[in-house]
Design a protein around this ligand. Structure first.
Ligand SMILES: Nc1ncnc2c1ncn2[C@@H]1O[C@H](COP(=O)(O)OP(=O)(O)OP(=O)(O)O)[C@@H](O)[C@H]1O
Ligand SMILES: Cc1ncc(C[n+]2csc(CCO)c2C)c(N)n1
Length: 248
């Protein structure tokens, strides 16, 4: 049984930093509140190309030196010159990978993989962005995390509206902090022919019910306010999404 807790979404102080959590900032808008929660709960930070513009523009000039990424990587067709010069002058490695068969998101994950090999460690990954904006990029995120499940346990995509990740075949308990998550959630059979689902803790539960893109897709479901967790059993990998309440 896998147990999931998205404690990195909670407001927290520096003591909540998880040493093996990596944040990848993508090139999509995000609120300052969400940014601070995710940055503060991660030990290692990188920007996918134009994600560096988002980081730079979110911060005031006096904040910028306090939030330096460990790395900026991509084909570098989106990072602005002023942003690139600022981070280079502060010693941040800006790594150009011109490959046009892989996305900047994939390039950052491969940098994390290199780091894991060097350190003999395993990192949880949080993507800031990836579930909104261009549909091709969004579907790329859905597909990429679906494929990554075979080699990595914990990869989350977070935007101001949603957190989502892939639940692999088996049983899962998801701890729900109702001050952070809700009221809605979804189970999306993306990248699979079908799955058989059972759930508890939701307003509309399923019992050994088939779900597929061609058939039932559980969207606009609701958490039950007094239930501390949701239980899901799935016969195939499925995307789980939960709505995020506004960060204060
Ligand atoms: N419009 C968008 N909608 C959704 N996600 C985006 C969008 N633009 C960028 N991203 C995400 O941010 C990452 C970095 O984006 P950037 O703008 O630097 O590069 P890109 O050339 O648009 O994307 P890529 O080179 O990865 O195809 C992308 O890999 C993608 O994950
Ligand atoms: C069949 C196929 N479709 C699209 C692309 C384009 N592409 C995919 S990833 C990427 C990098 C963007 O920084 C680019 C340009 C390709 N190479 N092959």
């Amino acid at each position: 049984m896998a147990s999931w807790n998205v404690e990195f979404l909670q407001p927290q102080d520096a003591s909540a930093i998880k040493p093996n959590r990596a944040l990848v900032i993508l090139n999509q808008p995000f609120s300052e509140g969400l940014f601070h929660r995710l940055w503060n709960s991660s030990k290692w930070h990188c920007c996918a190309d134009g994600g560096a513009n988002r980081l730079f523009d979110t911060l005031t000039p006096s904040q910028r030196p306090l939030f330096l990424p460990d790395f900026i990587k991509g084909d570098l067709d989106s990072i602005r010159n002023d942003v690139k010069e600022f981070y280079i002058s502060r010693g941040v490695p800006v790594v150009e990978d011109p490959d046009q068969d892989s996305t900047d998101l994939m390039k950052c994950v491969s940098a994390i993989r290199d780091k894991e090999v060097r350190e003999q460690a395993e990192y949880d990954i949080i993507l800031l962005g990836g579930l909104s904006g261009r549909l091709d990029q969004t579907v790329h995120t859905l597909s990429y995390l679906h494929k990554l499940r075979k080699t990595r346990k914990h990869v989350f995509a977070v935007t101001d509206d949603n957190v989502g990740w892939v639940l692999d075949t088996g049983e899962h308990t998801i701890h729900i902090d109702h001050s952070v998550l809700g009221p809605t959630c979804g189970l999306l059979p993306v990248g699979i022919a079908s799955t058989v689902l059972s759930t508890t803790g939701l307003r509309w539960n399923l019992t050994d019910h088939e779900s597929s893109f061609d058939g039932l897709v559980s969207t606009s479901n609701h958490f039950l306010p007094n239930e501390p967790s949701v239980w899901i059993k799935t016969s195939n990998a499925i995307w789980w999404t939960a709505e995020l309440r506004a960060c204060t």
